[in-house]
Structure formats: C-alpha cells, structure tokens
Design a protein around this ligand. Structure first.
Ligand SMILES: Nc1ncnc2c1ncn2[C@@H]1O[C@H](COP(=O)(O)OP(=O)(O)OP(=O)(O)O)[C@@H](O)[C@H]1O
Ligand SMILES: [Mg+2]
Length: 350
C-alpha cells in the first residue's frame, strides 16, 4: 500500500499541476453523495450509491458501456431525473433547494443526439437560454457572434437552419448553444458520437482549447476510450451503474483498479495509450526545473514522444516548449519511474 501511495504522489508531481480542488469557498463544482437512481419497474438501479467530487474547472470524462448509467448520472445534475436516494450539490448547494430554472442557468447541456430545434435558425437556437434570461436583442446578437467565432463557424451561418449544416457544424452550434448563458458547468452527453473521425478530432481539440480559455467544469460522457483519455483531466469509469475507478488517465493506465478497468482501457497497451496524452498535461512547470535539459518537445507532443526522446537523449529530462518556443516545463526519468519496468521496453519497435 505504501508503495502504491508513493506511486500516486509521484504521479501527481509528474503532472506538474495541482489537482484542482474546491473554490475559495471550499466548494466543489459538483458533489454526488451516495446517489442512486432506480427507474420504476427496473430490477436493478441505473446508478448505484455513487459518490463523486468534481473540482471547479476540471474536465471529467465518463466512460462506460451502453446502459452503464452515464446519461442517468448526467441527467440527475440538471434534474431531468431525480435521484431515488442520495444528494447532489452544485457549488455547495443542494440542487433540490433551488428552483430548477435557477439550477439550469448554471449548467449548459449538450444532449446525446444533436438536438437542435429544427424550425429555428442557428441564431435562434443559440439564443434560447439568453432569451429565457431576458437579455436584450443587442446583447443577444453580440453573444451569438462571439460564440460562432469561438466554435469556428462563419458569422453568416446565423441565419441558416440546422438541416443546412453538416453534422459537425450542427454539433458546433450545439456547443455554442450550451455555452450561451455563460454557465460555469457543461454537461456533454456523447456530443461527438455521430461524427467522422477527422471532424471529431478537430472538435475535441477545439473543446480542449475552449475549456482552457474559459475554465468551465465539464462532464463529458463517451464510450470511446481514446476520447476519454485525450479529453479528461480525470476519467470516471462506470459499469452496471457503479463507478469502477475515478482517476487521471495515467493512473487508470498504470494502476487499473480491477480487471474490468484493465480490459476496458487495454492497460497492457500502455504505449499506445500514451500517444493520446499531451506533454503539457503531465509536465512539471519550468520554475521547478533543475539539472540538465536534453532534447525538447512541444506542449502538444505526445507522452510517447517524450518517452522516446528520453530514451534517445543523455539528459535526465526533456524540456517542454510552447508554440512560441519558450521553455515552459520539463518531464524527467525520475517521474517516469511510475511506469515501472515498462519503459525499458524498446518503444520504437512497437
Ligand atoms: N427513462 C428511463 N426509464 C426507465 N429506464 C431507463 C430510463 N433511462 C434509462 N433507463 C435504464 O437505465 C440504465 C442506464 O441507462 P443510461 O441511459 O444511463 O445508460 P448509458 O450509459 O447512458 O448508455 P448509452 O451509452 O447507451 O447511452 C439502462 O438499463 C436503461 O435502460
Ligand atoms: Mg447515454
């Protein structure tokens, strides 16, 4: 156990950023406390005694097979479903203690199918929540323009109808709509599920960018392991209504909690998975750098590249540069020891 806990500490250090926690008031963005949901006439609960703390500003992916309770978990946060037992708090407040309308103002929601209103233009779709909030026409127009830019859609799309857009473009409108009211929490239920691989990858990148810029708390459901690894600061793995593990992508790869997790994430194929994790997600910020720096990589390079560089260089660590070529962090062998003996395997041959 002591060994495991040392490993965990090393992992946190390696990640080089504090685990996000509570806000100044000591509150989490979302807390599930022993939450269960059993639908009428169901033999088993869809969600079973789930406890989970979601830190402000974190990007959480929820991964699990079809029917494992992911959507149900999400829909209890904005009270589309009510828990059978347990308690949910949003920013410290029990969600049953405030009017549903007020709760939903804090929470943007992108549903499993694209779900745009087909008889409304892009602008009208995006303006749904601002209208409910009573914003004036000028402010709404401004906000729509700002959001179209944020999700990389041309301004002239505002007058189109959903059927005149591609699937990827519709999904961008869905994201813009969920962000329109400036909610600090976003619930996203397999938003990219129906998209081709290329569109999906670029929307994933854009979403990471948006989250970094706006510091939203995002709960993102997917059944795609690669997507969960790429997007999540932390991943929640669910099976049959129960959380199997809640940890960083690296923790889940290197310390799968049980056989279910191991098989689900193909933890044995650690190198393939490392390809999905960016250096910036794991680096130690440069102010803590010490010792010789050998090769450097870019913030968006994969951890697989970092490992490869370390194995090829004589240095103790590799530097990490941002797009302006400034040194912003390091990753060293010392931290990589958490991968156990596995890094001695020649990764170039894989
Ligand atoms: N409104 C409902 N009424 C009754 N049972 C429901 C309802 N919604 C979901 N369920 C059941 O609850 C369980 C969990 O469903 P849920 O939609 O949360 O799964 P999921 O993990 O989101 O699956 P998927 O990946 O297919 O979207 C399933 O067995 C499902 O049949
Ligand atoms: Mg679902």
């Amino acid at each position: 156990m002591a060994f495991l806990s040392r490993q965990r500490q090393a992992l946190c250090a390696w990640q080089g950023r504090q685990r996000k926690g509570t806000n100044a008031m000591g509150e989490y963005a979302i807390e599930f406390e022993q939450v269960s949901k059993t639908f009428p006439h169901a033999a088993e609960p869809a969600v079973h005694e789930t406890s989970l703390n979601i830190a402000e500003g974190s990007f959480i992916t929820i991964l699990g097979a079809s029917g494992s309770g992911k959507t149900t978990l999400l829909k209890m946060v904005n009270r589309i479903h009510e828990p059978t037992s347990g308690r949910i708090r949003v920013q410290g407040q029990d969600i049953t203690s405030l009017p549903v309308k007020n709760l939903r103002r804090k929470i943007g929601y992108v549903i499993q199918q694209i779900g745009l209103f087909p008889h409304m233009t892009v602008e009208q779709n995006i303006a749904t929540v601002p209208k409910i909030l009573g914003w004036n026409a000028g402010k709404i127009r401004e906000r729509v323009a700002e959001l179209l830019e944020l999700v990389h859609l041309p301004a002239e799309f505002r007058d189109r109808y959903p059927r005149q857009l591609s699937g990827g473009q519709q999904q961008r409108v869905g994201i813009a709509r969920a962000m329109a009211g400036d909610a600090s929490i976003m619930l996203m239920d397999e938003p990219f599920g129906a998209l081709d691989a290329i569109t999906r990858a670029s929307l994933q990148d854009e979403l990471i960018d948006i989250q970094r810029k706006l510091n939203k708390t995002i709960l993102f459901v997917t059944h795609d392991i690669d997507e969960a690894m790429k997007l999540g600061d932390q991943i929640v793995i669910m099976n049959e209504g129960r959380i199997q593990q809640y940890g960083t992508p690296l923790e889940i790869l290197t310390e799968p909690a049980n056989d279910f997790v191991r098989q689900l994430v193909h933890a044995d194929d650690v190198f393939q998975r490392l390809e999905l994790m960016e250096a910036q997600r794991m680096m130690v910020p440069v102010r803590q750098a010490s010792g010789e720096i050998g090769h450097t990589v870019y913030t968006t390079d994969s951890l697989k590249k970092v490992l490869s560089c370390l194995l090829q260089s004589d240095g103790e660590q590799v530097g990490v540069r941002n797009e302006d070529d400034e040194l912003v962090g390091t990753i060293g062998f010392e931290q990589l020891k958490v991968l156990d003996g596995r890094i001695h395997e020649p990764i170039e041959s894989r």
